[in-house]
Design a protein. Structure first.
Length: 318
């Protein structure tokens, strides 16, 4: 049995609720519990790995308000700079790809900015709508004001971020924009880890697809792996000659959705696709850029256009 697809790596989302240390109204606990539940639902629905701070041992907090010294028991919400550094170290070890920071009350803008700056991954911030004040009593959350403060500081730190408008967890806008963020974070992850097999050279007339290999590496960390057309042809021919059953298995899989009866030799199509798969796996590449006019046509008499599309359906590019 061969691998007929390239599994898509799961996004690893760091989830960091934040609160202001001196805002002691208990509503933040209810908000945090509700967001916890919603994150578990979305992690299952959108198939991402949720990395939380629950395994970390945050210390008890002590702070002064005027002449008063106050002690606040430890929990798993981020409340200060020390928390941010602890979370940053943990999330690095967990290979977090993106960051979601919900504000359970005013939040802590210094900690949010420090964590986001350290991790340098896509960042989403959000806070629920604040409840109406009760007479002249202190505001229970004040999260919208906290979002304003934090995003201003993020700009000063040079951190790129996005946000969901203040809304309820069950509002359609929350899931819509959260899903959009997940998709964007997947793109950023793929781009930052891109390693592209460049097979043969571009067709002479295709000036629109010229690239600067050095600039891609220096500016973006994107690696190009040069593969000669001869190497690809030899790989495909070896697959055709091996008669290991891989070709028939792939033909059978393709024919589940496509009528190949008019092709002169279905096995050649499958062998070409298997050859491209092998190149990608041998060189640990997440994508392929391949000459489509000469190399494959001259050697095997077929255009690889369908093959490129089928590889895309099988997860390459990853």
């Amino acid at each position: 049995m061969i691998m007929l697809s390239f599994p898509k790596p799961k996004l690893r989302l760091g989830y960091v609720p934040t609160r202001r240390d001196m805002f002691l109204h208990p509503m933040y606990k209810e908000i945090k519990a509700n967001v916890d539940d919603r994150m578990r639902e979305l992690a299952e629905a959108y198939d991402f790995t949720l990395i939380t701070t629950q395994a970390l041992a945050f210390p008890e907090k002590t702070f002064r308000m005027g002449s008063r010294t106050m002690n606040v028991p430890a929990d798993d919400l981020m409340t200060d700079y020390a928390d941010a550094k602890l979370i940053s170290e943990y999330f690095r070890a967990e290979h977090v790809d993106a960051l979601f920071v919900p504000f359970c009350n005013f939040g802590q803008e210094e900690a949010v900015a420090r964590l986001a700056k350290d991790l340098n991954v896509p960042l989403l911030v959000w806070a629920p709508r604040d409840p109406a004040p009760i007479g002249l009593e202190p505001r229970q959350t004040d999260s919208q004001c906290g979002i304003f403060a934090a995003t201003k500081v993020l700009q000063r730190y040079g951190v790129t971020f996005t946000y969901i408008e203040n809304c309820r967890l069950e509002d359609p806008v929350f899931e819509r924009d959260f899903a959009r963020f997940l998709s964007t974070a997947q793109i950023v992850k793929a781009f930052r880890n891109a390693r592209i097999a460049q097979i043969s050279v571009r067709p002479q007339q295709f000036l629109s697809v010229m690239v600067n290999e050095a600039e891609l590496l220096e500016k973006f960390g994107v690696e190009l792996v040069p593969i000669t057309g001869t190497q690809l042809v030899n790989t495909i021919q070896a697959i055709l000659e091996s008669d290991s059953g891989e070709i028939d298995e792939l033909v059978e899989d393709i024919e589940k959705t496509l009528d190949m009866s008019r092709l002169k030799d279905k096995r050649v199509i499958a062998a070409i696709e298997l050859g491209l798969m092998q190149i990608a796996r041998d060189y640990c590449c997440s994508a392929i850029a391949c000459d489509c006019w000469h190399t494959i046509r001259n050697a095997f008499g077929v255009a690889p256009c369908f093959i490129f599309g089928d590889l895309n359906d099988r997860g390459l590019p990853r």
